[in-house]
Design a protein around this ligand. Structure first.
Ligand code: NIG
Length: 395
């Protein structure tokens, strides 16, 4: 079947303000027609074209774009709940914990890593995510990073090389040697496989010069750039991201006025990861300040075993509204259009003609219920590329 009409939509949140009312472009009593995996029509039921190959009635539910999770680290082995427990008792987050996951990941077969990553991706889909970015960063040799990249690419085209996550134990006395190896061996090995390259620019990880060297090598190899920036303390990560024209500066928890101005004056998206701030007991990023300054803001989960073991975009939405000063509509746009911008994509995050038919049906009258009814599973069905990834629940 190539064309399908989704009918009986109580409210269609297109996330395209030109198609309906308010910032979410809401159309009431709507129909969505998909053809060959793309949106062919999104509008009132009364004006919908006929002649599709089939139709599905969603029974008055709300339909919105699938959520875009533009920052995850899904390929890993093991878990670090002991660190989480210590942090909940008041101990700080330490990037060094990453090395425990590196050891576990290196010791695990690629097929087992793939099974685990796919389970996490399925859990993400169950909570409404239709696009995932996935980083490496728990292999830290060209061979292991290539294994992780292959697993990531089996799940998403949005695969990111994160060789500059931390310096591995075997290079403990030779940071310079590690950075050179990443630039000269790891990046070339990932070229053509990774769409993106990221660097963890933070005290305890890589400084600005080291991060710049890796990111410039990646740019020469044809990759787009992303930066873990200003997560644990103020620093130069955001300025570096904006200076290099990175697609996204992620975390943005500790920003100076100059950082906010730089983000507002550039195409670099500020990606907020409030679940990790919850799990590391960090302050929350000031989404309000960024939006008021004119920056583009995205929300993502940062799913990883150390600082944020969650695939739930609805949880990120709830924290953004409660703790980052974002209005409900702003948070929903950040989790859809914002995530798309952070991946430099205009074919996702909205339900307008020509966009990918990535949509979710909610057991709710409006997307705001994802936050209002926090902790409740409202996702009744998930459509990706026009096919049911999570079949529509009965009723
Ligand atoms: O974004 N900051 C670097 N990477 C992850 C943490 C990974 C880990 O602790 O295993 C993050 O928080």
């Amino acid at each position: 079947m190539s064309s399908l009409a989704i009918t009986g939509i109580g409210a269609l949140a297109t996330c395209d303000a030109s198609l309906g009312s308010g910032p979410l472009g809401i159309v009431e009593d709507a129909t969505l027609v998909v053809d060959a995996g793309r949106v062919a029509y999104a509008g009132s039921a009364a004006g919908a074209p006929g002649g599709t190959d089939g139709s599905v009635d969603v029974g008055g539910r709300c339909v919105m774009p699938g959520l875009v999770d533009s920052h995850t680290h899904l390929v890993f082995a093991g878990e670090r709940s002991d660190e989480f427990a210590r942090r909940m008792a008041g101990r700080p987050y330490e990037p060094g914990g990453i090395l425990r996951t590196v050891a576990a990941t290196r010791a695990t077969a690629t097929s087992d890593l793939a099974v685990h990553a796919r389970r996490l991706a399925h859990a993400a889909a169950r909570s409404g995510t239709t696009t995932l970015e996935i980083k490496t960063g728990y292999g830290l040799t060209p061979e292991h990073e290539s294994r992780l990249l292959a697993v990531a690419r089996g799940i998403t085209p949005e695969a990111t090389l994160l060789g500059a996550h931390v310096v591995p134990a075997e290079f403990a006395g030779d940071r310079q040697g590690y950075v050179a190896m990443v630039c000269e061996q790891m990046v070339p090995a990932a070229a053509g496989v990774a769409r993106w390259c990221d660097a963890f620019c933070e005290e305890g990880a890589f400084d600005v010069d080291e991060s710049r060297a890796v990111l410039e090598a990646a740019r020469r190899a044809g990759m787009g750039l992303r930066v873990h920036a200003n997560q644990l303390r103020p620093g130069g990560g955001v300025a570096l991201a904006c200076d290099l024209g990175a697609a996204s500066a992620d975390h943005c928890t500790h920003l100076s006025p100059a950082d906010v101005d730089a983000l507002a004056g550039s195409a670099t998206v500020a990606t907020l990861l409030p679940i990790s701030d919850f799990c590391t007991r960090q302050p929350y990023p000031d989404g309000r300040r960024l939006l008021d300054a004119g920056a583009t803001v995205a929300l993502a989960t940062n799913c990883n075993p150390g600082s944020s073991y969650s695939t739930s975009m609805p949880l990120a939405l709830a924290l953004a509204v409660r703790e980052c000063g974002m209005a409900l509509d702003e948070a929903i746009l950040a989790a859809t259009r914002g995530g798309a911008s952070a991946l430099r994509r205009d074919d996702i995050g909205r339900l307008s003609p020509g966009a990918r038919a990535d949509a979710i049906a909610l057991d709710a009258p409006h997307p705001s219920h994802l936050v209002y009814r926090l902790g409740t599973d409202l996702v009744a069905g998930v459509l990706r590329d026009g096919a049911w990834l999570v079949p529509l629940a009965a009723g």
